[in-house]
Design a binder for this molecule. Structure first.
Ligand code: GDP
Length: 291
């Protein structure tokens, strides 16, 4: 079955690469396609400038060469960051942060399943205690993934104490992976960052935090990154998860966001199902993006 990759530049670039030679309209079309795919103006300028120089250097007029150069440049740019999850500690604690609605809970369920399918035992801490629905939702995902869950003992329990109890349970029972869900209420930005800081400090009394994954929704584009700025500044984020790429025509967001935040992309979500999460491989992504 062909994979759906609506974020591919394939159709936007088809006309351009279908031509016999590279001419001035090729560059205009390329620029338009990159901007349209959310590469952002700075990165678009850099790519076009780089490719113009390469085309001159190799004295080629063949659009197929240009396509290959574009793919290589994208892969090189993406490869400047290390996409591997660092989960060698036992237990390996991952905090998952992000604004409500970006797909945080779904990502936690998918990540738990991903780790379970690699033979790891997993416990999820339902530390978004403010929303009863969040606790229920994360528990449902845990059940689907075959992971354990530590829930608040009463509504509104201090998130840090739920996180602490989760890590405590993991150490006691020899569970290898801990995933902590956290709140994402933007209205209380200052309070939220304090809360996340406390979760982290309390967890670190028991075990180091291996990863802090910030979840970003590809369909929100640059707005989403601005909204998440506070997490980047205050939450010690170690990597990004890009969700909803399946619903986005904006594959350039992935490069743009990596450049803009200086953070590696570690996982990508491409659907609502439990198996719709994959690791991030620059080579594979660049091939699919350029089409
Ligand atoms: P949270 O508020 O951040 O925890 O967000 P949820 O995990 O509840 O997800 C919000 C909505 O986005 C739900 O309808 C999910 O099914 C949907 N969603 C999450 N990840 C993806 C994805 O990768 N692709 C698509 N198409 N939908 C997603």
């Amino acid at each position: 079955m062909a994979e759906r990759t609506p974020w591919s530049l394939g159709s936007a670039l088809r006309g351009m690469f279908g031509k016999k030679t590279i001419d001035e309209t090729t560059w205009e079309d390329l620029e338009e396609a990159l901007i349209g795919a959310d590469f952002g103006p700075d990165l678009t300028d850099r790519i076009v400038e780089h490719l113009r120089a390469e085309v001159d250097r190799y004295r080629t007029e063949d659009p197929k060469d240009l396509k290959r150069m574009l793919r290589e440049y994208i892969e090189e740019t993406l490869s400047e960051y290390d996409p591997t999850l660092k989960l060698s500690e036992r237990p390996a604690v991952t905090l998952v942060v992000g604004v409500n609605g970006v797909g945080k809970t779904t990502t936690i369920g998918k990540l738990a399943k991903f780790l379970r399918s690699h033979g790891r035992s997993v416990v999820i801490g339902a530390a978004d205690t403010f929303r009863a629905a969040a606790v229920e939702q994360v528990s449902t995902w845990a059940g689907r993934a075959g992971a354990l869950v530590v829930r608040p003992q009463q509504p509104g329990q201090d998130p840090a104490s739920v996180a602490y109890q989760t890590v405590e349970a993991a150490i006691r029972d020899g569970i290898e992976m801990v995933i902590i869900d956290t709140a994402g209420r933007l209205q209380t930005k200052g309070g939220l960052m304090d809360e996340l800081g406390k979760v982290r400090r309390v967890v670190e009394k028991l075990a180091p935090v291996s990863e802090v994954l910030l979840v970003l929704d590809a369909t929100t584009g640059q707005n989403g990154v601005s909204q998440a700025e506070a997490f980047i500044q205050h939450a010690g984020v170690t990597g990004l998860v890009i969700t909803k790429l399946d619903g986005s025509a904006k594959g350039g967001f992935v490069l743009n966001v990596q450049e803009r935040t200086g953070l590696p992309i570690k996982l990508i979500g491409q659907g609502e199902g439990i198996d719709d999460l994959t690791g991030f491989t620059p080579h594979v992504f660049a091939e699919k993006l350029v089409g």
